[in-house]
Design a protein around this ligand. Structure first.
Ligand SMILES: CC(C)(COP(=O)(O)OP(=O)(O)OC[C@H]1O[C@@H](n2cnc3c(N)ncnc32)[C@H](O)[C@@H]1O)[C@@H](O)C(=O)NCCC(=O)NCCS
Ligand SMILES: Nc1ncnc2c1ncn2[C@@H]1O[C@H](COP(=O)(O)OP(=O)(O)OP(=O)(O)O)[C@@H](O)[C@H]1O
Length: 209
Protein backbone atom coordinates (compact mmCIF):
# COMPACT_ATOMS: atom_id res chain seq x y z
CA UNK A 1 0.00 0.00 0.00
CA UNK A 2 1.03 3.57 -0.61
CA UNK A 3 -0.45 5.86 2.06
CA UNK A 4 -0.82 9.57 1.41
CA UNK A 5 -1.75 12.02 4.18
CA UNK A 6 -3.54 14.94 2.52
CA UNK A 7 -4.01 18.05 4.61
CA UNK A 8 -4.57 21.77 4.21
CA UNK A 9 -6.63 24.61 5.63
CA UNK A 10 -10.40 24.75 5.37
CA UNK A 11 -11.62 25.26 1.77
CA UNK A 12 -8.05 25.00 0.51
CA UNK A 13 -8.96 22.31 -2.03
CA UNK A 14 -8.21 19.01 -0.31
CA UNK A 15 -11.37 17.31 -1.54
CA UNK A 16 -10.78 18.66 -5.04
CA UNK A 17 -7.28 17.14 -5.12
CA UNK A 18 -8.49 13.91 -3.52
CA UNK A 19 -11.24 13.54 -6.14
CA UNK A 20 -8.67 13.89 -8.91
CA UNK A 21 -6.44 11.22 -7.34
CA UNK A 22 -9.48 8.94 -7.04
CA UNK A 23 -10.11 9.41 -10.79
CA UNK A 24 -6.58 8.06 -11.29
CA UNK A 25 -7.35 5.03 -9.09
CA UNK A 26 -6.70 6.01 -5.47
CA UNK A 27 -8.94 5.05 -2.55
CA UNK A 28 -10.22 8.02 -0.55
CA UNK A 29 -10.68 8.16 3.21
CA UNK A 30 -12.06 11.40 4.62
CA UNK A 31 -11.53 12.34 8.27
CA UNK A 32 -14.51 14.75 8.18
CA UNK A 33 -16.77 11.84 7.22
CA UNK A 34 -15.27 9.58 9.87
CA UNK A 35 -15.78 12.37 12.42
CA UNK A 36 -19.48 12.31 11.48
CA UNK A 37 -19.70 8.53 11.83
CA UNK A 38 -18.26 8.46 15.34
CA UNK A 39 -20.91 10.91 16.64
CA UNK A 40 -23.98 9.18 15.20
CA UNK A 41 -26.91 8.64 17.60
CA UNK A 42 -26.16 5.92 20.13
CA UNK A 43 -22.38 6.40 20.11
CA UNK A 44 -20.24 6.95 23.21
CA UNK A 45 -18.82 10.08 21.53
CA UNK A 46 -22.23 11.70 21.11
CA UNK A 47 -23.02 10.99 24.77
CA UNK A 48 -19.68 12.51 25.81
CA UNK A 49 -20.45 15.62 23.74
CA UNK A 50 -23.85 15.99 25.40
CA UNK A 51 -22.22 15.57 28.83
CA UNK A 52 -19.69 18.29 27.94
CA UNK A 53 -21.89 20.80 26.06
CA UNK A 54 -25.45 20.10 27.20
CA UNK A 55 -28.69 19.07 25.49
CA UNK A 56 -28.70 22.23 23.36
CA UNK A 57 -26.24 20.59 20.91
CA UNK A 58 -28.66 17.76 20.07
CA UNK A 59 -31.62 18.08 17.71
CA UNK A 60 -35.09 16.76 18.48
CA UNK A 61 -34.36 13.69 16.30
CA UNK A 62 -31.34 12.78 18.43
CA UNK A 63 -28.67 13.81 15.91
CA UNK A 64 -25.87 16.25 16.68
CA UNK A 65 -26.75 19.88 15.97
CA UNK A 66 -23.56 20.61 14.02
CA UNK A 67 -24.39 24.22 13.38
CA UNK A 68 -24.95 24.94 17.08
CA UNK A 69 -21.82 23.07 18.16
CA UNK A 70 -19.82 24.87 15.44
CA UNK A 71 -21.01 28.25 16.77
CA UNK A 72 -19.72 27.26 20.19
CA UNK A 73 -16.37 25.73 19.33
CA UNK A 74 -15.12 28.01 16.57
CA UNK A 75 -15.19 31.02 18.86
CA UNK A 76 -13.84 29.35 21.99
CA UNK A 77 -10.42 27.63 22.00
CA UNK A 78 -11.09 25.84 25.26
CA UNK A 79 -14.42 24.42 24.06
CA UNK A 80 -12.82 23.30 20.79
CA UNK A 81 -10.05 21.53 22.72
CA UNK A 82 -12.72 19.69 24.74
CA UNK A 83 -14.53 18.60 21.58
CA UNK A 84 -11.28 17.51 19.93
CA UNK A 85 -10.37 15.43 22.98
CA UNK A 86 -13.66 13.54 22.58
CA UNK A 87 -13.74 13.09 18.80
CA UNK A 88 -10.11 12.79 17.69
CA UNK A 89 -9.19 9.53 19.51
CA UNK A 90 -12.28 7.85 17.99
CA UNK A 91 -11.38 9.12 14.49
CA UNK A 92 -7.79 7.97 14.95
CA UNK A 93 -8.95 4.49 15.92
CA UNK A 94 -11.48 4.20 13.08
CA UNK A 95 -9.08 5.53 10.42
CA UNK A 96 -6.40 3.09 11.57
CA UNK A 97 -8.84 0.23 11.15
CA UNK A 98 -10.01 1.37 7.71
CA UNK A 99 -6.45 1.88 6.45
CA UNK A 100 -5.51 -1.63 7.62
CA UNK A 101 -8.64 -3.00 5.90
CA UNK A 102 -7.77 -1.25 2.62
CA UNK A 103 -4.28 -2.72 2.75
CA UNK A 104 -5.60 -6.22 3.46
CA UNK A 105 -7.99 -5.98 0.50
CA UNK A 106 -5.36 -4.64 -1.93
CA UNK A 107 -1.70 -4.50 -0.91
CA UNK A 108 -0.98 -2.34 -4.00
CA UNK A 109 -3.68 0.24 -3.24
CA UNK A 110 -2.89 3.94 -3.12
CA UNK A 111 -4.87 5.32 -0.18
CA UNK A 112 -5.43 9.07 0.21
CA UNK A 113 -6.34 9.97 3.78
CA UNK A 114 -7.86 13.46 3.66
CA UNK A 115 -7.31 14.78 7.16
CA UNK A 116 -7.81 18.52 7.72
CA UNK A 117 -6.22 18.48 11.18
CA UNK A 118 -3.18 16.31 10.48
CA UNK A 119 -0.92 18.80 12.27
CA UNK A 120 -3.30 19.88 15.05
CA UNK A 121 -4.33 16.34 15.98
CA UNK A 122 -0.80 14.97 15.55
CA UNK A 123 -2.00 12.24 13.22
CA UNK A 124 0.90 9.85 12.93
CA UNK A 125 -0.19 7.04 10.62
CA UNK A 126 2.85 5.75 8.70
CA UNK A 127 2.42 8.02 5.67
CA UNK A 128 4.57 7.42 2.62
CA UNK A 129 3.89 11.01 1.56
CA UNK A 130 2.35 14.08 3.19
CA UNK A 131 0.67 16.43 0.73
CA UNK A 132 -0.45 19.92 1.73
CA UNK A 133 -2.91 22.06 -0.23
CA UNK A 134 -2.26 25.75 0.24
CA UNK A 135 -4.29 28.80 -0.78
CA UNK A 136 -4.13 32.37 0.51
CA UNK A 137 -6.40 33.06 3.47
CA UNK A 138 -8.49 35.53 1.46
CA UNK A 139 -9.29 32.77 -1.07
CA UNK A 140 -10.31 30.38 1.74
CA UNK A 141 -12.60 33.02 3.28
CA UNK A 142 -14.10 33.92 -0.10
CA UNK A 143 -14.91 30.26 -0.86
CA UNK A 144 -16.48 29.77 2.58
CA UNK A 145 -18.66 32.86 2.12
CA UNK A 146 -19.60 32.39 -1.54
CA UNK A 147 -19.92 28.61 -1.71
CA UNK A 148 -20.82 27.52 1.81
CA UNK A 149 -22.92 30.43 3.01
CA UNK A 150 -20.87 31.37 6.09
CA UNK A 151 -20.77 35.01 7.05
CA UNK A 152 -17.29 36.58 6.78
CA UNK A 153 -16.78 36.63 10.57
CA UNK A 154 -17.59 32.90 10.87
CA UNK A 155 -15.37 32.16 7.88
CA UNK A 156 -12.39 33.99 9.42
CA UNK A 157 -12.97 32.24 12.74
CA UNK A 158 -12.81 28.83 11.06
CA UNK A 159 -9.58 29.66 9.25
CA UNK A 160 -8.10 31.08 12.46
CA UNK A 161 -9.08 27.94 14.42
CA UNK A 162 -6.45 26.04 12.45
CA UNK A 163 -2.66 26.09 12.37
CA UNK A 164 -0.94 28.34 9.84
CA UNK A 165 0.14 27.23 6.39
CA UNK A 166 3.75 27.64 7.54
CA UNK A 167 3.19 24.96 10.17
CA UNK A 168 1.63 22.64 7.57
CA UNK A 169 4.38 23.24 5.06
CA UNK A 170 6.89 22.19 7.73
CA UNK A 171 5.51 18.63 7.62
CA UNK A 172 4.85 18.51 3.85
CA UNK A 173 6.68 16.38 1.31
CA UNK A 174 4.66 18.05 -1.47
CA UNK A 175 2.79 21.36 -1.47
CA UNK A 176 0.00 21.88 -3.99
CA UNK A 177 -0.72 25.55 -4.66
CA UNK A 178 -4.51 25.83 -4.76
CA UNK A 179 -4.70 29.62 -4.95
CA UNK A 180 -4.79 29.76 -8.75
CA UNK A 181 -7.16 28.29 -11.30
CA UNK A 182 -8.79 24.90 -10.91
CA UNK A 183 -6.81 23.74 -13.98
CA UNK A 184 -3.56 24.68 -12.23
CA UNK A 185 -4.57 22.59 -9.19
CA UNK A 186 -5.55 19.63 -11.38
CA UNK A 187 -2.25 19.81 -13.26
CA UNK A 188 -0.34 19.54 -9.99
CA UNK A 189 -2.52 16.61 -8.84
CA UNK A 190 -1.88 14.82 -12.15
CA UNK A 191 1.88 15.38 -11.81
CA UNK A 192 1.72 14.03 -8.26
CA UNK A 193 -0.01 10.87 -9.51
CA UNK A 194 2.76 10.32 -12.07
CA UNK A 195 5.34 10.57 -9.26
CA UNK A 196 3.39 8.15 -7.07
CA UNK A 197 3.16 5.58 -9.85
CA UNK A 198 6.87 5.98 -10.42
CA UNK A 199 7.63 5.39 -6.70
CA UNK A 200 5.42 2.33 -6.67
CA UNK A 201 7.07 0.90 -9.77
CA UNK A 202 10.50 1.44 -8.25
CA UNK A 203 9.42 -0.21 -5.00
CA UNK A 204 8.09 -3.25 -6.89
CA UNK A 205 11.24 -3.59 -8.97
CA UNK A 206 13.58 -3.18 -5.98
CA UNK A 207 15.08 -6.58 -5.14
CA UNK A 208 13.74 -7.65 -1.75
CA UNK A 209 16.03 -9.02 0.98
C1 LIG B 1 -17.77 21.49 15.04
C2 LIG B 1 -18.51 20.61 14.05
C3 LIG B 1 -19.71 19.93 14.70
C4 LIG B 1 -19.02 21.54 12.90
O1 LIG B 1 -19.60 20.73 11.92
P1 LIG B 1 -19.78 21.25 10.39
O2 LIG B 1 -20.69 20.25 9.74
O3 LIG B 1 -20.20 22.69 10.42
O4 LIG B 1 -18.33 21.23 9.74
P2 LIG B 1 -17.50 19.95 9.17
O5 LIG B 1 -17.45 18.88 10.21
O6 LIG B 1 -18.00 19.59 7.84
O7 LIG B 1 -16.01 20.54 9.10
C5 LIG B 1 -15.66 21.43 8.06
C6 LIG B 1 -14.24 21.88 8.26
O8 LIG B 1 -14.10 22.62 9.48
C7 LIG B 1 -12.78 22.45 9.98
N1 LIG B 1 -12.85 21.90 11.34
C8 LIG B 1 -13.72 20.96 11.83
N2 LIG B 1 -13.46 20.70 13.12
C9 LIG B 1 -12.42 21.47 13.47
C10 LIG B 1 -11.68 21.63 14.66
N3 LIG B 1 -11.99 20.93 15.75
N4 LIG B 1 -10.64 22.51 14.65
C11 LIG B 1 -10.32 23.23 13.56
N5 LIG B 1 -10.98 23.10 12.37
C12 LIG B 1 -12.01 22.25 12.34
C13 LIG B 1 -12.09 21.45 9.03
O9 LIG B 1 -11.37 22.16 8.05
C14 LIG B 1 -13.24 20.75 8.37
O10 LIG B 1 -12.88 20.24 7.09
C15 LIG B 1 -17.56 19.52 13.44
O11 LIG B 1 -16.62 20.13 12.60
C16 LIG B 1 -16.83 18.69 14.48
O12 LIG B 1 -17.42 17.83 15.10
N6 LIG B 1 -15.52 18.95 14.67
C17 LIG B 1 -14.70 18.20 15.58
C18 LIG B 1 -14.14 16.99 14.90
C19 LIG B 1 -13.02 17.36 13.98
O13 LIG B 1 -11.96 17.81 14.41
N7 LIG B 1 -13.25 17.19 12.68
C20 LIG B 1 -12.25 17.51 11.69
C21 LIG B 1 -11.50 16.34 11.16
S1 LIG B 1 -11.17 15.04 12.27
N1 LIG C 1 -7.42 26.47 -7.69
C1 LIG C 1 -8.33 25.83 -6.99
N2 LIG C 1 -8.02 24.64 -6.41
C2 LIG C 1 -8.93 23.97 -5.64
N3 LIG C 1 -10.19 24.39 -5.43
C3 LIG C 1 -10.56 25.56 -6.00
C4 LIG C 1 -9.66 26.32 -6.80
N4 LIG C 1 -10.30 27.43 -7.21
C5 LIG C 1 -11.55 27.37 -6.71
N5 LIG C 1 -11.72 26.25 -5.99
C6 LIG C 1 -12.97 25.89 -5.29
O1 LIG C 1 -12.70 25.93 -3.90
C7 LIG C 1 -13.46 24.93 -3.23
C8 LIG C 1 -12.51 24.05 -2.44
O2 LIG C 1 -13.28 23.10 -1.77
P1 LIG C 1 -12.75 21.68 -1.31
O3 LIG C 1 -13.95 20.97 -0.78
O4 LIG C 1 -11.93 21.03 -2.37
O5 LIG C 1 -11.76 22.14 -0.12
P2 LIG C 1 -11.42 21.33 1.18
O6 LIG C 1 -10.04 21.77 1.55
O7 LIG C 1 -11.63 19.88 0.99
O8 LIG C 1 -12.48 21.92 2.21
P3 LIG C 1 -12.85 21.39 3.70
O9 LIG C 1 -11.68 21.75 4.58
O10 LIG C 1 -14.05 22.15 4.10
O11 LIG C 1 -13.10 19.93 3.63
C9 LIG C 1 -14.20 24.14 -4.31
O12 LIG C 1 -15.51 24.63 -4.43
C10 LIG C 1 -13.40 24.45 -5.57
O13 LIG C 1 -14.17 24.38 -6.75
Amino acid sequence: MYLIGLTGGIASGKSTVARRLVEHGAIHLDADQLARRVVEPGTACLQAIVDAFGDEVVRADGTLDRQRLGEIVFQDDEARARLNAIVHPAVRELSGRLIAKAEAEDPDAVVVYDVPLLVEAQVDHPFDLVVVTSAPKRAQVRRLVEERGLDPIQAEARVDAQVSDEERRAVADVVIDTGGTLAHTMGQADALWVDIEHSQREARERPSG
